[in-house]
Design a protein around this ligand. Structure first.
Ligand code: PGA
Length: 243
C-alpha cells in the first residue's frame, strides 16, 4: 500500500518571530503538494505560525506535551493547549527529550494518550544509539520502544511513527538504504495499523531525500536542521512530491 507522504520539519529550539518568513515561503512554494506538510516550531511560535499559515497547505505541530490536561506543572504545556494554539500534530519521544529530560517509554505512551484525547496526531519517535546498533540490538531496541511508547488504539488517523537513529541526528551521517529498509520493514510488521505512516529522520537534506523517499515503507521524513530554511525544506518536499 502506498500512503500519502508526510514531510515534517522539527525546528527544535530554533526560531523567532522573524523566521515565520521561512514558514510562509514553504507555504507559498507548495500551494497544492502531493505530500502532506507540517512544521513544528518552538511552542512560542505555534499560535503565530498557525495564524500565518491559515488556509495554506502547511500544518503546524508541537514538539512535546505534558501527559496531563492542566494543573500545577510549571513550564509545561498540555496537548489541549497545543490544539488551542492551532497545532494539529505533536512530536513525542524524540531522542533529545528522552536524553535531556529522561523521558521513558511509559511517559511517551501517556503523552500519546493525551495527544489523542486533544485531537492531535502523535508523531512517536523511536531509534537506536550507535552503541546499540554496534551491539546488534537495533531491532530489539526499536521493538521495545514501540511496544512501550505506543498505547492501544493507534491508527493511521491518530499516529505517525518516526524512525530516527540517534547517531544520525544532526551529524550529517545517515544509515545505508538497506539499514533504513530493514528497520522500516520491521516497523511495518509491528505497527498496529497498516495505514500508520513511517517517517525516517536523521540528517535528511536536499541531497539525500530522493533516495530516502524511494526506500520501501518510507512514508515521509522528519527533518531537523534542513527544515529551518525554506529553500532546503522546499527541495526535500519536491523530492517527496516526486515519489
Ligand atoms: P536533523 O534532525 O535532520 O537535524 O538530523 C532530525 C530530528 O531530530 O528530527
Amino acid at each position: 500500500m502506498s500512503l500519502r507522504k508526510l514531510v515534517a520539519g522539527n525546528w527544535k529550539m530554533n526560531g523567532r518571530m522573524a523566521q515565520l518568513e521561512e514558514a510562509l515561503a514553504v507555504a507559498a512554494a507548495n500551494p497544492d503538494p502531493a505530500a502532506e506538510l507540517l512544521l513544528c516550531p518552538p511552542a512560542t511560535l505555534i499560535a503565530a505560525m498557525s495564524q500565518a499559515l491559515t488556509g495554506s497547505s502547511v500544518a503546524v505541530g508541537g514538539q512535546d506535551c505534558h501527559a496531563a490536561e492542566a494543573g500545577a506543572h510549571t513550564g509545561d504545556i498540555s496537548a489541549g493547549m497545543l490544539a488551542d494554539a492551532g497545532a494539529s500534530h505533536v512530536i513525542l519521544g524524540h531522542s533529545e527529550r528522552r536524553a535531556d529530560h529522561r523521558e521513558t517509554d511509559a511517559d511517551v505512551a501517556a503523552k500519546t494518550r493525551a495527544a489523542w484525547a486533544a485531537g492531535l496526531v502523535a508523531i512517536v519517535c523511536v531509534g537506536e544509539t550507535e552503541v546499540q546498533r554496534d551491539a546488534g540490538k537495533t531491532l530489539a531496541v526499536i521493538g521495545a520502544q514501540l511496544a512501550g511508547s505506543l498505547p492501544e488504539g493507534a491508527t493511521g488517523a491518530n499516529t505517525v511513527i518516526a524512525y530516527e537513529p540517534v547517531w544520525a541526528i544532526g551529524t550529517g551521517r545517515t544509515p545505508t538504504g538497506e539499514q533504513i529498509a530493514q528497520v522500516h520493514a520491521f516497523l511495518r510488521q509491528n505497527a498496529p495499523d497498516a495505514t500508520i505512516r513511517l517517517l525516517y529522520g536523521g540528517s535528511v537534506n536536499p541531497g539525500n531525500a530522493s533516495d530516502i523517499f524511494a526506500i520501501d515503507n518510507v512514508d515521509g521524513a522528519l527533518v531537523g536542521g534542513a527544515s529551518l530554511k525554506a529553500r532546503d525544506f522546499n527541495a526535500i518536499i519536491a523530492a517527496a512530491n516526486g515519489t
